[in-house]
Design a protein around this ligand. Structure first.
Ligand code: FAD
Length: 478
């Protein structure tokens, strides 16, 4: 590999120039990593992993030449958007070349309710461009200012807007993706509509995404609202009612258990000790009606601020979804988290978790439109809204964390485990066979982010896995 790498290094240097090929130093380390340290388990496992080189193509043709050169050298390739993933998705397990898409960030068009962009385009830029012509993103992660649309499609799932539109698997949110194959002569393969599902949320293992089309929603002018109550159940009843009232146009509804709000340092002045809070983004035209309903339910409105257009902070979204974990860890580095999907009896599930793990779990709930999900909930009713959440967990040991995860599963709480970097262990993939088959088509040598799709029976960088795959092939051909 060293000889191949030396030759590759020289080839890429000649192609990109020294400015766009990172060969050593802090930048190599930074661009090899993401927010994997959110998880004490991943921190231990991935701390020492890094790329040998980082290449930063400025055009799709340059990306094609990089992929072809890596293929000839037999070197792993790991695509990178903005590196805000938090399961080590873009950390190379076997070195090789990270291809950083930061320069492939052109927004080609926002027309007819569809954005067409290069995969490295920032969601924040897309949102601003869309809003200027009467549209907005249907769903986006709380890292929307920074993260790339390709990284969202390949590493994310949903977030702000998902209460109305679901996530990336939902409805017709993703119109098309164009991926580059990883072979001697890389080609572009365009997938449309349902077909895109085999390339979504695959951690860069199923082709190097270069261009995407995503459907947009008509723009709404929002108010950012925070309501609070010392009574958890009272707040929960109202938030759940508000979430399921489909006449109220919302982009976000989040509920936090005290003391979580105390971790949000820039906003802490708005909160009273002991009070749980609900965060909402609602259509400004409906604010009076919504606030009146909250007041009748006995909640206090402690914050109200229009969301600026074009978007300008403060954003209450900066405290929701997985940002909550970030604020908590800043205050107490022993805190970590889970990603849960609660059932219809979510109230019982909360009680049971608090009973079994007193003082170890702080609830953080998000409401999500579940029905339109084409992959995991194809038969849900059209108006289904579910409660998901990213509860904070006071970390004691990996064993204790496993106990909590097992207990969640035992009582019917779905877990997308954020403490693994392997695709299949991190969430539900009922269509994993399609994803695997597609990988076989676009990545015949298994060079794309090797190791992350664990059930792909070919990993040239892991001799044990490779021997098993060869034996299985030999057995199959007898
Ligand atoms: P990266 O981290 O760079 O990449 C993610 C994965 O996609 C990697 O496996 C990478 O190899 C692959 N990839 C990137 N670009 C390409 C490409 N062009 N072709 C093929 N593969 C590619 N996620 C959510 O879904 N919702 C949230 O609300 C949310 N909130 C977050 C809050 C915080 C504070 C943090 C740290 C993370 C959060 N995340 C969330 C995770 C992450 O920010 C998002 O999923 C984000 O969209 C990832 O985009 P990125 O450009 O940073 O991708």
């Amino acid at each position: 590999m060293t000889i191949a790498l030396d030759a590759l290094r020289a080839e890429l240097r000649a192609l990109l120039g020294p400015e766009y090929l990172i060969e050593s130093g802090d930048s190599l380390e930074t661009l090899s990593k993401d927010f994997y340290w959110y998880s004490p388990v991943l921190k231990r496992q991935l701390e020492e992993k890094r790329a040998d080189l980082v290449a930063r193509p400025g055009t799709i043709e340059e990306a094609r030449q990089i992929v072809a050169a890596c293929f000839r050298a037999g070197v792993p390739i790991v695509p990178r958007g903005a590196g805000t993933g938090n399961y080590g998705q873009c950390i190379p397990l076997y070195g090789g070349v990270v291809i950083d898409l930061a320069r492939l960030d052109r927004i080609h068009s926002v027309e007819g309710g569809v954005v067409r962009a290069e995969a490295g385009a920032r969601l924040g830029q897309i949102e601003a461009r869309a809003r200027a012509v009467g549209w907005e993103l249907r769903c986006m992660p709380s890292t929307w200012m920074k993260s790339s649309i390709g990284g969202f499609f390949c590493g994310g799932s949903g977030g702000i807007g998902s209460i109305r539109w679901g996530g990336i698997n939902a409805l017709d949110n993703v119109k098309s993706v164009t991926v580059m194959t990883c072979d001697a002569e890389p080609k572009l393969v365009r997938l449309e509509e349902r077909d895109t599902l085999k390339a979504l949320h695959t951690y860069g293992t199923t082709g190097f995404m270069v261009e995407v089309e995503m459907r947009l929603a008509p723009k709404i002018d929002y108010d950012q609202i925070i309501v609070s109550s010392a009574d958890w159940e009272r707040l929960l009843d109202w938030c759940d009612l508000a979430a399921r009232n489909h006449l109220w146009r919302k982009r976000l509804l989040t509920q936090f258990q005290w003391p979580t709000p105390s971790f949000f340092k820039p906003f802490v002045k708005h909160f009273s000790p002991g009070e749980h809070v609900g965060f909402l983004l609602v259509d400004r035209a409906q604010t009076p009606e919504i606030l009146e309903s909250a007041a009748v339910a006995g909640l206090a409105c402690v914050y109200r601020q229009p969301l600026a257009d074009p978007p300008k902070s403060p954003f209450i979204t900066d405290f929701t979804w997985n940002h909550t974990t970030l604020w908590a860890m800043k205050t107490d580095p022993t805190i970590t988290y889970l990603q849960c999907s609660f059932a219809a009896n979510f109230r019982d599930q909360f009680l049971e978790l608090h009973r079994r793990f007193p003082g170890e779990i702080l609830l953080h709930l998000e409401w999500f439109a579940a029905a339109p999900d084409r992959v995991t909930r194809p038969n849900a009713s059209p108006d289904a809204t579910i409660v998901v959440g990213l509860p904070l967990v006071y970390f004691k040991s990996e064993e204790r964390l496993r106990e909590i995860i097992d207990a969640c599963r035992e009582i019917g709480v779905g877990i997308a485990n954020p403490h693994t970097c392997f695709l299949e262990e991190g969430g539900r993939h009922p269509n994993i066979a399609d994803k695997r088959a597609f990988k076989g088509e676009v990545d015949p040598r298994g060079l794309l982010n090797p190791g992350k799709m664990k059930t792909y029976p070919h990993n040239p960088f892991d001799p044990v896995a490779e021997a098993k795959a060869t034996a299985a092939l030999a057995a199959g051909s007898k």
